[in-house]
Ligand binder design. Structure first.
Ligand code: SAH
Length: 265
C-alpha cells in the first residue's frame, strides 16, 4: 500500500490523519497487532515479552524481506537485525514498524521500506571507521543502521521538527556519535567532507554537484534520481581521477528532495 502525502497543516489534524493511515494499514492485514496486554502480568515480564515480540518481528523482516530479496552482506543483515526500527516510527504506527513498506513519520515524510534501507546500505558498502553523509535524516533510522556498522555518520534534514526529533531519538537510543544538522542537504556538509559515501534518502531530479564533489576518490553516491513516482536508484562511483561510473539498482519511490524555497508548508 502506498502512503499518501499528508497535506493537513495543523499538528493535531496531522496526528489524527496518521492514526487513521496506520489503522487502515493494520486493518488491511499489514502486520500483526499487539497482543492484548494481560492485566495481571508484572511490568518486567511485560517488557520482556514486548522485547521478544520485536525481536521476532525483526528476525522475520530480515529473513522474509531482505534475505529473500537477495540482500547478501552479512554485516548489513546483522545491523538490520539489531537496530530497533519500532523506536523510529510514531507511537501509533509501532505495530507496523516491521512491515514490508514505508510508514508516515509526520510532516508529510516517510521512513523507507526496510528492503530499500538495506539495499542502499549495501550499495554504500560501509566499513568501520569510514565517514558517510546522509541527506534526509527523517526518523534517523538509516543513520542508526550506518552508525551500528561503525561508520562515522553525518546526517542533514531540511525540516527542523524532524531534525530535532531524530537528534533526540538517536541520543536516547545510544547512537550519540551521529552528527546531525538542520539544513539543505543539496549542499552537502563541506566542513566534514570528503566522504566515503553519500546516501540520499529523498528523490532528486538531478544529481546535486556538491554531493559528488564531496566524495573521496573511490567514494560512492547512492541516490534516487527522477521525477516523483518515476525514480531510479543510482549508485555513482567516483573514480581515482574524479570520473563517474554509474549503475542502476531499479525503480524506487521516495519523497522529493526539496530546497529551502519550496518547503511543504
Ligand atoms: N532516511 C530517513 C527517511 C527519509 S524521508 C529515515 O531513515 O527515516 C526523506 C527526508 O528527506 C525527509 O525527512 C525530508 O524532509 C528530507 N529532505 C527533503 N529535502 C531535503 C534537503 N534538501 N535536505 C535535507 N533533507 C531533505
Amino acid at each position: 500500500m502506498s502512503i499518501p502525502r499528508i497535506v493537513s497543516d495543523s499538528g493535531f489534524a496531522r496526528a489524527r490523519l496518521r492514526q487513521f493511515l496506520c489503522a487502515a494499514i493494520l486493518s488491511a492485514g499489514g502486520c500483526t497487532a499487539d497482543p492484548t496486554p494481560n492485566a495481571t502480568t508484572p511490568t518486567q515480564e511485560k517488557k520482556d515479552s514486548a522485547a521478544a515480540k520485536w525481536d521476532t518481528q525483526r528476525r522475520q523482516m530480515v529473513e522474509e524481506q531482505l534475505m529473500a530479496r537477495k540482500i547478501k552482506d552479512a554485516k548489513v543483515l546483522q545491523a538490520m537485525g539489531r537496530v530497533p526500527r519500532h523506536e523510529f516510527v510514531p507511537e501509533d504506527c509501532r505495530d507496523l514498524a516491521y512491515r514490508d513498506g514505508p510508514l508516515p513519520i509526520g510532516q508529510g515524510q516517510t521512513i523507507s521500506q526496510p528492503y530499500i534501507v538495506a539495499l542502499m546500505t549495501e550499495a554504500a558498502a560501509p566499513k568501520p571507521g569510514q565517514k558517510m553523509l546522509e541527506v534526509g535524516t527523517g526518523s534517523g533510522y538509516q543513520a542508526a543502521i550506518l552508525a551500528d556498522l561503525g561508520v562515522e555518520v553525518y546526517s542533514i534534514e531540511l525540516l527542523p521538527k524532524l531534525a530535532e526529533e531524530a537528534a533526540t531519538r538517536l541520543k536516547r537510543l545510544g547512537y550519540a556519535k551521529v552528527q546531525t544538522r538542520t539544513g539543505d542537504g543539496y549542499l552537502g556538509w563541506p566542513e566534514a567532507a570528503p566522504f566515503d559515501a553519500v546516501v540520499v534518502t529523498c528523490g532528486a531530479d538531478h544529481v546535486p554537484a556538491p554531493l559528488f564533489e564531496q566524495l573521496k576518490p573511490g567514494g560512492v553516491l547512492v541516490i534516487p534520481v527522477g521525477k516523483t513516482g518515476d525514480q531510479v536508484l543510482r549508485v555513482i562511483t567516483k573514480g581515482p581521477k574524479g570520473e563517474k561510473q554509474v549503475r542502476e539498482l531499479g525503480p524506487v519511490r521516495f519523497v522529493p528532495l526539496r530546497r529551502p524555497g519550496d518547503m511543504p508548508e
